[in-house]
Design a protein. Structure first.
Length: 568
């Protein structure tokens, strides 16, 4: 491609709207432009990268016996009501009415469509297993679209759905996808790690996320430094002892004027934070809940949502304390808390000698004992793990916490959708059984951003060779006719040899050409100027290490082949 003809609007400065490096560079390198919050147009260079990632994805999906289909973006509300997710997805889903007043949504994911598709087609166990996949635009009206395509409201996803007769079949299908994902990310030049994940709105049993480690990542992942345990902190657990101060003294009300936080209480009472019980007031699907965790711990909301099986969870507003909890903000506690579901972290199971809010302004209670002074609905793991805590799997190592970008997510769904939507098959004995399902997603456009987060320097993007929009860029410098002719000649030769080549034939200064070539991150650069012609050499630069070397024009094809091979 000749750059004089290419629609490549690069920017010299970082756009103010962008915070993270991938977002800045995707705008600066002319890969995309914003249409509206979280909605982008992909320009030629950006779309070329997307197509490369799609091609690699297709190859490994096809090799794993998955079959490509294309499913509707417009989906009827009926199927979402059958699966009981119409409300669960809530405002994340873009919903609308057609001219006949039928309600639709724009697909945020396709479990319902697939289940609905196969339920009338699959009759017998002989029709299974099956794995259907597609690469398509998804629409999610994210509450906080940000970081460019990392969290868009419209984004490209590869989604796949496995259909099996039993859980053994599902385990195999899941493993095949797990393996395919490892190959896809490796071939895209990404270092991605699989971690145990929460199943969220998808429901189901096992789940793994594939994470690209990067400071800009929105997810936190706990890794054991001794065993292979790795889990999203939404799900991670640590080995922690229960707390008990073995104090059977009678409960006592204490005046704690204006002391609302754990830190203030620690100072005021000269007690450790572990002695306090923090009651977090949340409203789950309209219901008042108090979640109890130790004063030294933080509540993990995802664990609480999972326990409650709630669709929506929010912190209680200050005005609601009176009405919903008969308490007051800053002084809520489990003793005599009426008409509220109380769920406690399992570390508190035997706690005695604790300090809790007295549900009265400026008062706390001390010497509180679980079981004697308050009852809870359940003790369960509700806490957020912390850096350095002991691993719950090996009990030996310690947890490190790192930020990551979720590029893929696989789920063992089981029979949740097939049961709700009656997608059954007849087994060998002629008995009707629900199809056992799995679902598997890769954020194609998020992967582009993740690749840039992992591969960039102060000059711009450094594309891994496999997903680079072009492998080679030729800079033709100056106005000399001979240089132009030579550049064209090399350009044509390398194209004929099978490379994707960009020729910078623009009437721009050398500095602009150098800068742009680095910004757009093409793996190999060849510069042809007046000195090249005198000496019969071009200057080659390898983008991944900015190493420069001279190569002979006569021998250029062989030398280029050698260099490209070396580049990662
Ligand atoms: P997140 O937790 O980041 O919101 P999710 O868990 O809701 O994502 P999945 O339903 O697992 O997302 O979707 C499969 C994949 O699609 C994700 O692993 C991610 O790579 C990608 N993806 C999800 N939401 C977005 C988004 N808003 N923008 C870009 N990619 C996304
Ligand atoms: Mg996910």
């Amino acid at each position: 491609m000749r750059m004089s003809k290419l629609y490549l609007p690069t920017l010299k400065e970082d756009p103010s709207e962008a915070d993270v490096v991938s977002h800045k560079l995707m705008l600066r390198a002319g890969m995309m432009r914003k249409h509206s919050a979280g909605i982008y147009s992909y320009l030629p260079l950006g779309y070329k990268v997307i197509k490369k990632i799609e091609k690699i994805t297709r190859k490994h999906m096809d090799n794993a016996q998955a079959q490509e289909v294309l499913l509707p973006i417009m989906q009827t509300s009926e199927i979402w009501k059958e699966s009981k997710r119409w409300d669960k997805f809530g405002p994340l889903m873009v919903k609308f009415f057609d001219r006949k007043n039928r309600e639709y949504c724009l697909g945020p994911t396709h479990e319902e469509v697939v289940t609905d598709l196969v339920k009338d087609e699959i009759r017998s166990y002989k029709d299974l297993p099956l794995n259907l996949y597609q690469i398509q635009t998804k629409v999610r009206d994210e509450i906080r679209p940000r970081f460019g395509v990392m969290r868009g409201r419209e984004f490209i996803m590869k989604d796949a759905y496995s259909l099996d007769i039993d859980y053994e079949g599902l385990d195999k299908s899941y493993q095949a996808m797990y393996d395919a994902y490892e190959k896809i990310f490796a071939e895209c030049g990404l270092e991605a790690v699989a971690v145990e994940a929460d199943t969220g709105a998808m429901g189901g049993k096992d789940s793994h996320e594939f994470m690209v480690l990067a400071d800009s990542g929105e997810d936190q992942i706990a890794f054991c430094d001794s065993c292979e345990y790795a889990a999203n902190v939404e799900r991670a657990s640590a080995e922690k002892t229960n707390i008990d101060f073995e104090d059977d003294a009678e409960i006592e009300k204490i005046h704690t004027p204006d002391i609302k936080t754990i830190e203030d209480l620690e100072e005021f009472l000269a007690y450790p934070a572990a002695r306090m019980i923090k009651a977090v007031a949340v409203v789950a699907d309209g219901e008042a809940v108090a979640a109890l965790v130790s004063g030294e711990d933080e509540l993990n909301e995802v664990k609480l949502i999972n326990y409650l099986k709630a669709n929506e969870l929010r912190a209680a507003e200050e005005e609601e304390f009176e009405e919903l909890y008969q308490s007051t903000a800053g002084f809520i506690g489990p003793v005599n808390l009426k008409n509220v579901r109380i769920i406690a972290d399992k570390r508190l199971k035997n706690i005695s000698g604790a300090v809790v809010g007295a549900n009265e302004k400026d008062y706390h209670l001390k010497n509180v004992k679980a079981g004697r002074d308050f009852e809870v609905e359940a003790y369960t793991d509700l806490r957020l793990v912390k850096e350095g805590e002991r691993c719950s799997k090996c009990s030996d190592g310690h947890l490190n916490i790192k930020a990551g970008i979720e590029v893929g997510h696989i789920f063992k769904l089981g029979t949740k959708y097939s049961e709700n939507m009656q997608a059954d098959y007849l087994d060998e004995n002629g008995k009707s059984q629900p199809i056992v399902m799995g679902s598997y997603g890769i954020g194609i456009t998020r992967l582009v951003a993740a690749a840039i987060e992992q591969n960039n320097d102060e000059y711009g993007i450094i594309w891994p060779k496999s997903i680079a929009p072009y492998q080679i860029i030729i800079l033709s410098l100056g106005n000399d006719e001979e240089i132009k002719v030579k550049s064209e000649e090399i350009y044509e030769d390398l194209k004929t040899a099978g490379y994707e080549v960009l020729l910078d034939d623009r009437k721009e200064r050398a500095g602009v050409k150098f800068n742009d070539s680095e910004l757009i991150g093409i793996p190999l650069r060849l510069t042809i100027g007046s000195r090249s012609l005198e000496n019969g050499v071009v200057e080659a630069m390898i983008r991944e290490n900015n190493k420069k070397l001279k190569i002979e024009i006569d021998n250029i094809e062989d030398k280029v082949a050698e260099l490209i091979k070396e580049i990662s």
